[in-house]
Ligand binder design. Structure first.
Ligand code: KMT
Ligand code: NI
Length: 180
């Protein structure tokens, strides 16, 4: 199941650590939804033939899919990729990931600029809306295998912050981030 929390401010510590505040400050489903972040829990062992996954793909128009494995020995240019995943960025389209094995963290910016860390593990599927500032890191297991989905031909290009004048960023702010 997905769990999310507001991060601590310890920027010196390893990005792969949980970075919880103490005591923990949870970020619930309703709050994630208000940022435009949706998630589902599926049976990852059935991902090759799963009516529940098929329904989500149909409903949301996710016509493309592939599988990415992020680990030191499975991903080409691992160090560069890890670095760019963790740069704060947005995309002009949704970022959709379905975790098949392993685990990792997606961090998203909440309305007040605080980071919310979303723990994703096997069976968790998430969509980040176009225009939200976010980043990704492995956790200390250094391994994740995920399905990437997309509406139409995929565009993975990260648009690093700041993107204040990007129309997709403006749309995002109009739709989500200013509504309390
Ligand atoms: C991304 O865009 O940040 C990734 O694809 C990370 C690996 S998928 C969990
Ligand atoms: Ni991204």
């Amino acid at each position: 199941a997905i769990e999310a929390w507001y991060m601590d401010e310890d920027k010196a510590a390893d990005q792969r650590l949980p970075h919880r505040q103490s005591p923990n400050v949870a970020c619930g489903t309703a709050e994630l939804q208000s940022l435009g972040v949706l998630h589902w829990e599926l049976d990852a062992d059935k991902h090759a033939d799963d009516p529940a996954l098929e329904k989500i793909r149909q409903d949301r128009g996710y016509s493309y899919q592939d599988i990415i494995t992020v680990s030191p020995d499975k991903l080409a240019n691992y160090e560069d990729k890890i670095k760019s995943f963790f740069e704060e960025h947005m995309h002009s389209d949704e970022e959709i990931r379905y975790i098949l094995e392993g685990s990792g963290y997606f961090d998203v910016r909440a309305k007040d600029e605080r980071w919310v860390r979303i723990k994703m593990s096997k069976g968790d599927m998430i969509t980040l809306p176009a225009g939200i500032y976010h980043r990704f890191t492995l956790d200390d297991t250094n391994y994740i295998k995920a399905m990437r989905l997309f509406v139409g031909e995929p565009v993975w290009t990260p648009l690093n912050r700041p993107q204040d004048d990007h129309p997709v960023r403006k749309d995002y702010l109009a739709n989500f981030a200013t509504a309390a």
